[in-house]
Design a protein around this ligand. Structure first.
Ligand SMILES: [Zn+2]
Length: 315
C-alpha cells in the first residue's frame, strides 16, 4: 500500500512551516530622538505577505514603562511590536494610543494585550464608540480577509479610556498632549504630541508619499486646518500615519496636495463645471504628487468629495 507514512506527512508539515517562517516579514525600529522610535510600515494595502501591517508605529520609552502609538493593523503586528520593543527595553508596555478608528492603526491592540493585558488603551470618545460598534466588527472581518487569516486577530480589542482635545497625560516625566482635529481625515482623529521632545504623531491627518482617503464624516477643509495648526506649532519631528517622517516639509507637502484639490475645485465650481469635468484640471494642479501611492485611484474620488463639500457649504 502506497499511503504516505506519518514521517512523510510530518516532513511536509515541517516544510510548510519553514516556508511560512521564511516568509515572515521583518520590520525594524528607527530611532527618532532620545527614547522615541518608529517602526515604519510599508505604504501598501494590508496583505497576507505583510500580515496586515502597514502603518507607522510610535514607541516611547518613559520612566514608568513603554508607550505605543498605533500598534499596527493586526494582532500579528501588535506581537511584532512587542518583540521589537524587547530589543530596546525590558520594561512593560503600559499604555497605547489609538489615533483613530481605522483598523490598520488599532488592530494591533490585541497583539499587545496578549503580552501586556494591563496596558491602558486611549482614544478619542468617537473612536472608542466606533471600534466598540459596527466599525470594529467590520475591521475584524476585513483584516481576516485581506491577510487570509495571517493577521491572527480573534476579537476586537477596543480602547479602555477616552481623551478629548487638549488632554495631557504624564507617564513618569514624559508628557503627552493630545490634539483632537474635529472633522479631518475622519471624525475621530487624535494627534499625539511629546511635549519635551517636540515630536508629533499625526495619525492619518498627514501622510507622506501616499495619498489617503478622507472619510465621509471627515472634511478636506478640516484636514487642511488641522495641518495649519500643527505647522504653526513648529515641531521638530512630524511622524505621519504612513510614509517617511521628517520636519515641517512633511505636513506642508500633504497640505499642498489637499489645498490644490480644494482650491481648484472651488475655482471650477464658480465656473459651473461638473465634478467629472474638473478632474483633468485638478490632475494638472496636483501633478507633483503623481508618484505618490493611490494617486490614480483617489484623485478623482477626492474631486467628487470636495465638490459635495463645497456644494454643502454654499447652502
Ligand atoms: Zn486612517
Amino acid at each position: 500500500m502506497m499511503l504516505p507514512s506519518r514521517y512523510v506527512l510530518v516532513a511536509v508539515l515541517l516544510c510548510q512551516m519553514t516556508t511560512l517562517l521564511a516568509n515572515e516579514p521583518v520590520f525594524n525600529l528607527t530611532r527618532i530622538t532620545d527614547g522615541v522610535y518608529v517602526i515604519f510600515g510599508p505604504t501598501e494595502p494590508q496583505t497576507r505577505e505583510n500580515r496586515g501591517f502597514r502603518n507607522n508605529v510610535g514607541i516611547v520609552l518613559t520612566d514608568e514603562g513603554v508607550v505605543v502609538i498605533d500598534p499596527g493593523g493586526s494582532a500579528w503586528a501588535g506581537e511584532m511590536v512587542v518583540e521589537r520593543i524587547s530589543e530596546i527595553s525590558s520594561e512593560p508596555i503600559i499604555a497605547i494610543f489609538n489615533t483613530h478608528a481605522h483598523g490598520d492603526h488599532w488592530m494591533g491592540n490585541e497583539g499587545i494585550k496578549r503580552s501586556y493585558p494591563d496596558a491602558v488603551i486611549y482614544a478619542h470618545p468617537v473612536a472608542k464608540r466606533r471600534i466598540e460598534g459596527a466599525d470594529g466588527e467590520q475591521w475584524l472581518e476585513l483584516v481576516e480577509q485581506s491577510t487570509q487569516g495571517a493577521g491572527g486577530n480573534r476579537k476586537v480589542v477596543p480602547p479602555d479610556k477616552t481623551l478629548d482635545d487638549n488632554a495631557k497625560v504624564l507617564f513618569g516625566s514624559t508628557g503627552f498632549h493630545v490634539h483632537y482635529a474635529g472633522a479631518a481625515h475622519t471624525d475621530n482623529d487624535l494627534m499625539v504630541e511629546l511635549v519635551d521632545q517636540r515630536v508629533l504623531f499625526t495619525g492619518d491627518i498627514v501622510r507622506n508619499g501616499m495619498i489617503g482617503i478622507i472619510e465621509e464624516d471627515g472634511s478636506f477643509k478640516g484636514n487642511i486646518a488641522a495641518i495649519d495648526k500643527i505647522l504653526n506649532d513648529q515641531f521638530s519631528f512630524y511622524i505621519p500615519g504612513h510614509g517617511p517622517a521628517g520636519g515641517s516639509a512633511v505636513p506642508a507637502s500633504y497640505r499642498r496636495y489637499l489645498n490644490a484639490v480644494v482650491s481648484t475645485v472651488e475655482e471650477l465650481f464658480e465656473e459651473d463645471l461638473a465634478d467629472f469635468e474638473m478632474k483633468p484640471k485638478v490632475l494638472e494642479a496636483v501633478s507633483e504628487f503623481s508618484n505618490w501611492k493611490n494617486y490614480d485611484d483617489l484623485v478623482g474620488q477626492h474631486v467628487s468629495q470636495v465638490y459635495l463639500e463645497i456644494e454643502a457649504d454654499s447652502f
